[in-house]
Design a protein around this ligand. Structure first.
Ligand SMILES: [Zn+2]
Length: 476
């Protein structure tokens, strides 16, 4: 069969921003770059974009190695390529798809690492696709070795969260932001409540996140478990819910409490078969169970669009984990208008809301670049918002403005004037936009910050605080 007949895939199936992203990747390579990150939010259509890039190489008879993090992800990548009818092999002992002569190969990083024979590494036209590339720097020696061996090749890293150390790469291509996907209807809006947050002030850090053992101790008191279930009853509106716990034991404790309260819940962990997971998801979509509790088996790689409530019972210092876990609930589904986030972990206060624009950079960063916007919690319904005036959810007007800040591990509630909040919020956004422009994530024009802020705050506010920032004079 001629290659052109083997797939019904055409570029018309790609969304506009996907085409733009792919073009920018190719353009970067033409300009001499070799290693580029493709930053695409959850729901941005990684499968089709990734397959399209592989397809381009396949029809030109060029080799591609797709590298995934875990063996479990091999079959998923393989299925994607099958959907596009791209012939390929899997580099894995005893895999039924072991076809070493195919030009397109999928492998797990472990398999690649354990072999001395790196496919096509001497071919400078070879493309290496690194899936979930956001923490390759922090994943031991395997990825440095991969980048070293394929130093002549082109490398595209895919991730929804390029917020760790991206210094293996030379550029980040981001054709669309999460909030733009939401605005265009590819993701649903969120509503966040923080009814109680687990106290982590005594929990030490280890390996970039909270110490698991101490975190479990801080999160597993009967009062806390009770609060978690109580908040679900108050805020979840009976929705299909995915709950993230600290560890397997914590997840089971929470499930038991839900069951004791007469709410049908199922716990899942890595020991459950794929079949058991599918069954649980089916039950969830049919409304036979309300909640799946888990530790992290559901945080990446699973597509569960019917979930419309995410409950966070695991405090984390990792913005990547924060985004990945909430991302499970944002895909559109018939009848689904939004996703409720019940944040018992307080993660939103540490890392901001899911749709907050964030800066991704290839420069090694010493500290966070994104100032968090001012956030307020409603004293009545615990809704989180950044606007002024009464709570947009329940209408309650708090006489005292309560503002929340997060400073070096501690949540600080303090009282400030509306004016002060407005000013700080405005300045923070201005700084974020300036930095985003500086790091070349968006094409910068002199009026860029002004145009963005005008959209978010309105002309009057921009004029009011114009003396604090530097807008081009003719705009005001
Ligand atoms: Zn409220």
């Amino acid at each position: 069969m001629a290659k052109s007949q083997q797939s019904t895939f055409t570029k018309q199936h790609l969304r506009k921003y996907q085409k733009e992203g792919i073009n920018e990747i190719h353009q970067s390579f033409r300009e001499g770059l070799k290693r580029v990150i493709f930053h695409l939010s959850t729901g941005g259509g990684k499968s089709i974009t990734f397959s399209s890039i592989v397809w381009d190489h396949y029809i030109n008879n060029l080799p591609v190695i797709v590298v995934v993090k875990r063996r479990q992800l091999i079959d998923q990548a393989s299925k994607n390529l099958d959907n596009f009818r791209i012939p390929h092999g899997v580099l894995m002992a005893n895999h039924w798809r072991k076809k070493p002569n195919e030009k397109i190969q999928i492998a797990s990083i472990d398999t690649i690492h354990s072999r001395s024979n790196y496919h096509y590494s001497d071919d400078p036209r070879c493309l290496v696709i690194v899936d979930e590339c956001h923490d390759v720097r922090g994943s031991g020696a395997k990825y440095p070795k991969l980048f070293e061996v394929y130093d002549k090749s082109y490398i595209v890293g895919f991730t929804a969260t390029p917020y760790a150390d991206n210094s293996f790469f030379q550029k980040i291509v981001c054709p669309i932001e999460g909030y733009e996907l939401r605005d265009q209807g590819f993701l649903v809006p969120e509503r966040t409540y923080i009814p109680s947050s687990i106290d982590v002030s005594q929990v030490k850090s280890s390996g970039g996140d909270y110490n698991k053992k101490q975190l479990f101790e801080a999160s597993s008191g009967s009062q806390i478990i009770g609060d978690i279930v109580k908040s679900w009853k108050t805020h979840a509106e009976g929705r299909a819910t995915l709950l993230f716990a600290v560890n397997v034991e914590h997840s089971k404790m929470i499930r038991d409490k839900f069951l004791a309260e007469g709410i049908s819940a199922v716990h899942l962990d890595a020991n459950d078969s794929l079949d058991a997971r599918k069954k649980a998801l089916n039950k969830l979509s049919q409304g036979l169970i309300k909640i799946i509790t888990n530790c992290d088996v559901m945080s990446t790689g699973v597509d569960i669009p019917m979930v419309s409530c995410i409950q966070l019972a695991r405090p984390t210092r990792s913005v990547i984990w924060h985004i990945q876990s909430i991302g499970r609930g944002l895909r559109p589904f018939p009848g689904k208008k939004d996703c409720i986030i019940i944040d018992n972990a307080g993660n939103t206060l540490r890392h901001g809301s899911i749709y907050m624009p964030r800066i991704a950079t290839i420069e090694k960063r010493k500290k966070r670049l994104d100032p968090l916007p001012m956030m307020r919690t409603c004293a009545k319904c615990y809704f989180i918002f950044t606007t002024l005036g009464p709570c947009p959810q329940c209408g309650f007007a708090d006489k005292k403005v309560r503002n929340i800040d997060y400073v070096e591990g501690d949540l600080i509630h303090h009282q400030v004037s509306e004016e002060e909040i407005r000013k700080t919020h405005f300045l923070n956004r201005y700084k974020t936009l300036r930095k985003a422009a500086r790091f070349g994530k968006k094409k910068w024009i002199p009026s860029y910050e002004y145009q963005q802020l005008k959209k978010e705050f309105g002309v009057d506010i921009c004029k009011k605080f114009s003396n604090l920032v530097s807008f081009p004079g003719h705009l005001l």
